[in-house]
Write a protein that binds this ligand. Sequence first.
Ligand code: ADP
Length: 481
Amino acid sequence: MAIISENNIPKKRRYGRIHFRYALVYITITFGVLVFLNLYCSQACKKVFYQNKETAILEKALHAADELEELDSMTISAVTSTIEGITTLKMDQIIVTDPKGYIIYSSDPSLLADEKTTISHIPKAIQGYDVFHWTYHSGTMRSEAAVPVISNGVTTGCIYVLEIDNDQGQLIMSLQRTILTITVTLELIIIAFSLIFSSAISKRIRKIMGSIRVLQEGDYSQKLVIGGSDEFTILAEEFNDLTDRLQTSENKRTQFVSDASHELKTPLASIKLLSDSILQNDMDLDTIREFVGDIGDEAERLNRMSEKLLSLTKGNSAEEDDHEIILMAPTIQRVVDMLSVLAQQSDVTIETDLSNDAPILILEDDLYQIAFNLAENGIKYNVPGGRLNISLSRNEDCGILTVADTGTGIPEDALSHIFERFYRVDKGRSRATGGSGLGLSIVRSMVERNQGTIHVESTFGVGTTFTVEFPAFDIEEGDGI
Ligand code: ADP
């Protein structure tokens, strides 16, 4: 397992803080929206003022033009008395011109009669248009209107009025200020909230990252507590599940290594003791032969144990593709043939009933190993004159292999442990029969990887029955098993 320490983490690598990015994006978007709303409100408010002014000023200018149209001729005195007689016409500037743009009347004494006006709206009005122009600047509203004076279809002049309204200008300014204050306040609130919110998220992410770092250093015992009920909470739960699983597998690994080294140490110590005895003592040839034979037995035991350990490792990495649908009987028969000599030596009779076979999907080597280990145990842990019965049967869904013996049986308290690695009920007997405590754990791992189940029943002093079930795969005739 690779352990990544603090020193292994590249120090120069710098990451942008995610919460600043999120906050920045959020603030920018809301800022844009608020600026848009601000401008829109300000423009809408100006438009309302503009429309009101246009109606009011044009109405006054048209009324004055109507009065002037009544005159026989546009003389200075007639125009002056008409304009000054209109009491409602209160403007900051009033100019009346003839059709050529020369001033007839001006409320501004600095503009003299008969002078040509330079106001740009007047020529347009003389052409027959009603002109209105409105500007607003720094709290001052300036409204100008120019309309033609038409008598009997002929343009006899033009009237121009100007109004400078500071009151309404101030009103617009105060409205704009209020909108701006609201906008700035809202933006400040949004900035504060987005920073608080995003830093809360970032704090939780940092907590997860911290836990991952601790995990990388090999500490699987820590628990990540993150609170809340969102995706981060689910992530924390998944993380804790993962650390639990890693802790369990680490415990198993440590246990396995310590068990394996302990088991290997015993035969190695025996070999060392026997070889030292041969070297140090003056022994006769027969004793030396006996000791060397013992060394050979221990070496053989080591060999068997390492083979079983290898088989356990292989059991965890087998490929699905190697599975095939087979009938069980031929493989079981091979096992029986292989163990017949051992059975004879142990005075155990093997009985078989393989007629009720079923096709199952399995690795053939696994089936052989499962049956071999179970049958070998049935002989090893049997009594002279005992029997070992191996039978096949099937129910609706499964093919069933039963291995039953009339041997020593297994004490009740040991039954739940017999599938553990290196577990042996009677260490002395098991060692004497070459047992390593690995046979049944290999059986269980092979059964499980072939989607099977294994079940044991035993009565101490009477016998033991192992039942293994695999899903049956019935195939059409002619598919050729
Ligand atoms: P071993 O290599 O020691 O036989 P196994 O994993 O095959 O290891 O079996 C574990 C232990 O279970 C054995 O040591 C033995 O005590 C017990 N056991 C297994 N099979 C039988 C059986 N058929 N009858 C009695 N005891 C058994």
